[in-house]
Design a binder for this molecule. Structure first.
Ligand SMILES: Nc1ncnc2c1ncn2[C@@H]1O[C@H](COP(=O)(O)OP(=O)(O)OP(=O)(O)O)[C@@H](O)[C@H]1O
Length: 293
């Protein structure tokens, strides 16, 4: 890895970030830090401000207040050297005219001082069989893989991914998650937006939930929104039909149940709140409308 421009400090630091579109406030005094090598997911309903936030971090949109530093530099005033250290995978796929997959990657590799080998990268993103295929003729999921390859061809120190696995089949998603974990293990800082709660849960070291332009909570997926202290629901079939109980001490509850029943509880299930459960509770409490979730 090349040295970080912000040696020893956070890869990304945002303080009091404010963004207006006309008179409407899209981001209200947002504060956050992302550490080098961290996988950081931004979750939120439609229109929450995720893309606005990420595009400000990428240097594509100006802000109306606050400070933003990515690799020690203000993205909106950054030059080409900084941009070569950043990778971006947008929601929309680029236009590649008549070029095939290999040619597209070779072309983009030429923009970077220390690009990855295009052939190796094609294998890495699972497009080996499509090297000679026209980029414009790829399936939706295959185009997304090409987008990811283009985002990482320059060996970015910070990689931004906007809903990266939309259109992926389940196996492709698992492969992609592994690729992202490998990049993070190699020191790349990853910021991704996603609507898939399982993706955030499997992949992210930390998650920020944003609603109406405000950060509601930031934390590890296992404890976000007090998830680790919320009640667990135990269900079983009793003599009088289905039974359920909410408990913060499920192990003791089940031991007591076993003693009380004198054996196995038929149909026993134990449900801890999932990331999706706490997320929906959080954004519901924040007033997001159901169709936006
Ligand atoms: N260029 C723009 N001009 C005016 N308003 C905008 C513009 N871009 C976004 N907005 C508004 O800002 C708010 C945040 O939009 P943003 O695209 O950042 O949300 P998002 O969380 O990325 O949503 P989604 O999940 O739907 O992609 C929305 O109310 C949106 O209508």
């Amino acid at each position: 890895m090349r040295p970080l421009g912000n040696e020893g400090g956070p890869a990304i630091e945002v303080k009091g970030l404010r963004k207006l579109y006309g008179s409407s406030v899209a981001l209200h005094d947002v504060d956050l830090e992302v550490h080098p090598g961290e996988i950081f997911a931004v979750l939120g309903p439609n229109g929450a401000g995720k893309t606005t936030l990420v595009e400000i971090l990428e240097g594509f949109r100006p802000r109306d207040g606050g400070t933003v530093s990515v690799l020690g530099t203000d993205p909106y005033r950054a030059g080409e050297d900084w941009r070569a250290r950043i990778g971006v995978v947008l929601q929309t796929t680029g236009e590649f005219e008549d070029l095939n997959v290999g040619e597209v990657l070779e072309h983009f590799a030429g923009y970077y001082p220390d690009a990855q080998d295009p052939d190796e990268l094609i294998e890495r993103v699972g497009l080996g069989a499509k090297r000679k295929a026209r980029a414009s003729k790829l399936s939706g999921g295959q185009q997304r893989r090409l987008d990811v390859a283009l985002g990482i061809v320059g060996r970015p120190e910070v990689l931004f991914l906007d809903e990266p696995t939309t259109g992926f089949d389940p196996e492709a998603r698992r492969d992609f998650w592994q690729l992202i974990r490998d990049l993070a293990a190699g020191g790349t800082t990853i910021v991704l937006t996603t609507h898939y709660l399982d993706e955030a849960e499997h992949l992210a070291d930390r998650v920020a939930v944003i609603v109406g332009g405000r950060i509601l909570d930031v934390g590890v997926p296992q404890t976000l929104g007090g998830r680790d202290t919320e009640a667990t629901v135990v269900r079983w079939s009793g003599a009088d039909g289905p039974q359920s109980a909410a408990t913060t001490a499920p192990t003791k509850f089940i031991a007591d149940l076993h003693a009380r029943l004198g054996g196995e509880a038929p149909g026993l299930t134990v449900h801890r709140p999932s990331l999706e459960d706490v997320y929906l509770t959080m954004i519901g409490a924040a007033g997001a409308s159901p169709e936006d979730r």
